[in-house]
Structures are given as C-alpha cells and as structure tokens.
Design a protein around this ligand. Structure first.
Ligand SMILES: *Cc1c(COP(=O)(O)O)cnc(C)c1O
Length: 449
C-alpha cells in the first residue's frame, strides 16, 4: 500500500473539513483491512476501518483521501489534538538524545517533572507521590498493590458498570463480560462488586444509592477486610454514567472513616476532558489515590498513580516499576501536553464543547424519544438510546448511528453495559464549525435509522 501525497503531515494545520471522496471504507482502507485480517489476531477488533495517514485538530485523514471528523480522540487520548506541535516537537527532540535507560537504572529529569506536575495538579493539597507506568490497566493494578501493602488487607471493591482494563486483575475489576472478560477467566480473587448510582435507571438520590452500596460492602465484604474502593468518577466504557450528586462524596467519606483507600480511576475522565482538570473536582472529592493515563501524553503510552505520600510510600523500594514505565520519550510528551491543558485554555474549551454537545443533543431529544437521556460533563457527553415505550436499551440503534456516521465521514464511538450509548469525546482542539457539522451527521443518522 503506498501512502498518497496529500495531507500526510498531521497536526492542527490539516484542513479542518469533512471530505468524503470514496465510499467509506475506501479501496485502500479495504486493502489494509484484508492484510489486517490475514496478519493480526482476530481478537484485536476495529471499530472504524479507515487506514489512517494523518490526523490533527478535529480530523482524521485516511489513505483514500477522505477527511473524517474525529469525535472519539482515540478513546479520550488525543484530547490536546492529534500530533499537537509541541508534543510532536518534544518527542522528536528527546528521541534524538536517548530513547531509553530504565528510570530504575539511571534516572532522568522528565520523569521527575511529570511526577511533580501530577502532584501539583491532582485534587488535594496534601503531600503526594507519583509512580509512572505504561497503560491505564497497569496503573490500576499498581494502585491496588499499593493500597494492599498500605492497609495489610486483601479485598477490593469495584462497581457495576465499571471498566478498569484488560489484564487479569483489571478484568476482575471490570463489570462487563462481553467483550472484555468472556472466556478469559478465571479472574483474580478478592474482588467484589457494589451497586452504582445510575440515575436514569435506578431513580435513586446520591445518598440513597450510596447507602445501598455501603450496605452491600459492609454485609458482603466487611470494611475490616477491605483494602480499597475503586471507582470512575464518571463510568466511561460503562456508558458515561454520571452518578447522582452526593454518591461519590458519601463513598469517599465512608472509606476515610473505615481506613479504606479511595481510588479514583481517572484514566478516561482526566486531563480537562470533563471541564475540570480531573473529574473528582466536580464534587470536591479528594481521592487517596488517582490513576491517570489516556489523555496524559498526547497519544504516547504513559500512565500514573498519584496519591497521599504515606500510602504511596508503603510499597518497598524495588516493588514498583519496570523498564518502560515513565519512558523518556513519553515523559516530555506528557509535559508538553500538560502545558497545553494548562495554558491553552483547554479546561474552558471542554466546557464550551460540552455546551454545544448538550444543546444540540437535547434539541434532538425533544423530538426523538429514542434518546432516553443526554448526560455527561464537559466534553464527555453521551446519549443513551432506548425503546421509547419501555426504556429498554437499543444497542441496534447505537450501532446503526455509528455506521451511518462513519459512512458520512464521522468517527463516532459507542459504549455502555448494554451497548446502547453513543459517546462524544472530541479532541479539545476541534473547532465549533466542524463539531456542528459532525452533529448534523449524527442528526441525519438518527433520522435515517
Ligand atoms: C481505558 C481505561 C482503563 C485501561 O487503560 P488502558 O490504557 O487501556 O490499559 C482503565 N480505566 C479506565 C476508566 C479506562 O477508561
């Protein structure tokens, strides 16, 4: 497959337009998919089968010359914009110096600077420490290791609709069987599941839902056995479920009173995405530990656990780490991305994007009862699709909308325990005009379905 000459340099200077010049997927994309099927394990699925050659701002350009509107940011990763110039420059500059040493062998400054930045930016003004890893799942595993070492207890509670990764322990923490867990067990022991707050479906107040969860935990696990509670401030893969107000603070309070480590899994909600630097801030929650990844480094694989110094330091020297964690090329990328979040007004931009999304989607909901709910915070917004009469989840409609959108040049992601949620995670570098154009396509897709 040869790469076409057009638009092969990515970043924000790519023409910010939706341009459909072939059926999607086009012939070159189909060619790549045929090679993929013959060479790549079937378990590695593809949602939008377009062969990417460049991306930036709010678009992804494929090998056939189509320019697609990106409403997914590679699952909330390229929030600063794909190939952000400062991120790309930081990577190139560092790659020419050294690409690896292993921080545990000979350390380097950028790792420490990322730790300092996370200690400064994450909620709470207590003394903090950070450890860096490669992926969100690895950060979650290490947060649990640290909490167990600190408390001397074994049990961990996760929540309904939770998603925490695909490694063995994080599959145990993740709620949904298909596609994440089915056939891949047995799973790690001492993981328990508590009921969530899901206002659209349970109708409970935050206090009621928290009382229900705490009763389950006390009866079925016992606080004295519990090392940690882990929860996403907004469930990501589970369907962008925003818990009722008061639910998270009540859980955090209960954890504190019972010596249980409260872990906020901020992997999807972190870094300006929800209109705050971290989603726990919306209800003033100060987690003991917070995991981050996805948006942290403009697309480079990097993850972190940040938290109270006395908990983080419970792990003995040599107990945490590995050759790649805090890679020297990923760390400068993170510093450039964090600088962009802080100094390019991206928290405010997430709120502006969120306002457009909510206004447009709510207007659609008024005339279309298949949209059961519009919800989210900042630029993390979703619609839950239902049967208008029974409110039963309609996964087929979500899939049909995503398919129609792709064919018309919009990359759209679905999610949800029931597969009936369309999620909007545009890069924060997207312009208003492009966002509106993408939402026009979504409106057409709803009308056509
Ligand atoms: C994506 C995700 C993870 C796992 O991160 P990976 O980098 O895919 O391992 C963990 N927690 C949450 C909330 C996520 O959204």
């Amino acid at each position: 497959m040869t790469t076409p000459a057009i638009d092969t340099v990515g970043g924000p200077t790519l023409p910010q337009e939706r341009r459909v010049v072939t059926p999607i997927p086009g012939p070159r994309s189909q060619e790549l998919m045929a090679r993929k099927s013959a060479a790549v394990a079937a378990g590695v699925g593809v949602g939008s089968p377009v062969a990417t050659v460049a991306a930036g701002g709010g678009v992804i350009v494929d090998a056939d010359g189509n320019s697609l509107i990106d409403l997914g940011s590679g699952i909330a990763v390229t929030s600063v914009g794909n190939a952000h110039p400062a991120v790309a420059a930081a990577i190139a500059e560092q790659a020419a110096r050294f690409t690896h040493t292993c921080f545990m062998i000979t350390p380097y400054e950028s790792y420490v600077a990322v730790a300092e930045a996370l200690n400064r930016l994450t909620p709470g003004d207590h003394d903090k420490r950070t450890a860096l890893f490669n992926t969100g799942a690895e950060a979650v595993e290490n947060a649990v290791k640290i909490a167990r070492k600190h408390t001397g207890r074994g049990a961990v509670v996760a929540f309904e609709h939770g998603y925490h990764g695909r490694t063995n322990l994080t599959m145990a923490l993740t709620a949904k069987a298909m596609p994440y867990k089915s056939g891949f067990g047995p799973f790690a022991p001492e993981v328990y599941r508590a009921p969530l707050s899901y206002p659209f479906r349970d109708g409970l107040s935050g206090a009621e839902a928290a009382a229900r969860a705490i009763a389950t935990i006390e009866k079925q696990v016992g606080a004295e056995n519990l090392a940690a509670l882990i929860i996403e401030p907004i469930q990501g893969e589970g369907g962008f479920i925003v818990p009722a107000e008061g639910f998270l603070p009540a859980l955090a309070r209960w954890a504190r009173e019972n010596g249980v480590v409260f872990i906020a899994d901020g992997v999807q909600t972190g870094f300006a995405r929800t209109g705050a630097m971290f989603a726990s801030e919306h209800e003033g929650i100060v987690p003991d530990l917070i995991t981050t990844a996805k948006g942290i480094a403009g697309g480079m694989p990097l993850a972190a656990v940040t938290g109270r110094a006395e908990i983080m330091d419970a792990a003995h020297a040599g107990g945490l780490g590995g050759p790649y964690g805090g890679n020297p090329v990923a760390c400068p990328a993170a510093l450039a991305a964090i600088d962009a979040y802080e100094n390019e007004g991206l928290v405010a931009r997430a709120n502006e994007i969120g306002a457009i999304l909510v206004e447009r989607l709510t207007a659609l909901q008024v005339t279309d009862p298949r949209i059961g709910e519009v919800r989210g915070r900042g630029a993390m917004v979703a619609i839950e699709l239902v049967d208008p009469d029974t409110q039963a989840p309609d996964a087929g409609l979500a899939a049909a909308i995503a398919r129609h959108a792709l064919e018309h040049g919009v990359v759209l992601l679905t999610c949800g325990t029931y597969g009936n949620v369309i999620r909007f995670l545009p890069p924060l570098a997207i312009g208003d005009e492009l966002l509106h154009d993408g939402l026009d396509v979504v409106a057409d897709a709803l009308a056509a379905a």
